[in-house]
Design a protein around this ligand. Sequence first.
Ligand code: FES
Ligand SMILES: [Fe+2]
Length: 432
Amino acid sequence: MDVMNFQALVEPDRVHKTVYTDQAIFDAEMEKIWERTWVYCGHESQVKAPGDYHAVTIGRQPMVMVRQAGGSVQVLYNRCPHRGVQLVGNQCGNTGSSFVCSYHAWSFWLDGSVRAIPLAKGYEGTRMTRDNPDCSMKRAARVDSYRGFVFASLHADVPPLAEFLGEARIAFDDMCDRSPVGEVEVVPICHRVIQHSNWKFFMENQLDALHPSVTHQSTGISAGRVEKRLKAEQGSAPLYYHYLSTFASSFEQWDNVQTLNFPRGHGILKAYMGLRPQDPDTKAYEALLVQAYGVEKTEEFLSRSIHHVLVYPYLSVQSPLQQLRCLRPMGPDKTLSEIWHFRLKGAPEAIYRRSLWYYNLVNSPATMINADDLENWTKGQWGLQSKGGDWVSFHRDYGRDTQDGSTLQSTRGTSEVVMRNQFQAWLQYMQA
Ligand code: FES
Ligand SMILES: [Fe+2]
């Protein structure tokens, strides 16, 4: 098998295992996908004041997102033009009015342009003078944001960000519309998990409605038992039991949860949790939304059927609970995920606590749910590295996909249309 013959690796109903295991394919993915299209950097609220920065990896490139003196956000290569030393060593911080290199103290304004070269005598007559662009930090070719979420592209020739996001823009609209002022703010705590498996396991799993009632059975059933007992004893159980117990829903229930599959590999798993409680906190919160947007708009915002939205190939956004997970692949069998959550600006504290509960109970490294998934993916990676077979099967409901405009759907929530759609996008990137 020629691993660079991408067409031969991706058949409509199955893919060759090397797309998960091969170093040369991974390198090609970094070059042809991550370093050629829009990649999520972070939220504007991570860099509030001028000089605030956040280090971020785009593909294999160390970058730094930084707030400018004039208020905009710039994304620069984290590299000194002198001899290449990285300019910021911390994950985040404030660099003041300029970046200063720790090696020979060249300094740069927040937009990357050179500020000062100490001991300037010695450079006269050489080509390394201040007016040479090689003297400044290099910028990402494109930077843009959508409702406060910042993306950068290392390649200039990309569609506008809104076009790249397409239908997946709803991830950010849905998150922000739930705030009475239409904005969210990052909670500056990020869980970081390294999974010992290929990034595709994560992206496929997010919309894989076939796995929860198996993989998360023990957690879901246990939580369901406690939830039931509390309801019997006290009349109600805290919402966070429901977060866990729904994982053990029946296959019939999962089949009724549709996935919507969009161009470029993006997608939505529709809502299955029914998160419209009628407690006093929720009522007070909904009253604030009605005040801000009126009854009709509020109803439209709160009744959207969304569980996760995927921005392929690196984001999973759970907008109704303000969660965002971002992948930073490190190797064919190693993937870093950054797990963030957000506050709805102007919403009561009790509403934020729900988001925090979900963050800790379902998405954090400490939860059983995340651990269940991680174990499957590690074992999946091991299996695919073996000589026990060459192909990965995506046959469930193959041949029964329906096209509605540009959206690909299936009759069943547990259909593997999700993976088939993601690999069509993968192939397009890899062959471009
Ligand atoms: S490497 Fe940065 S100043 Fe020399
Ligand atoms: Fe899962």
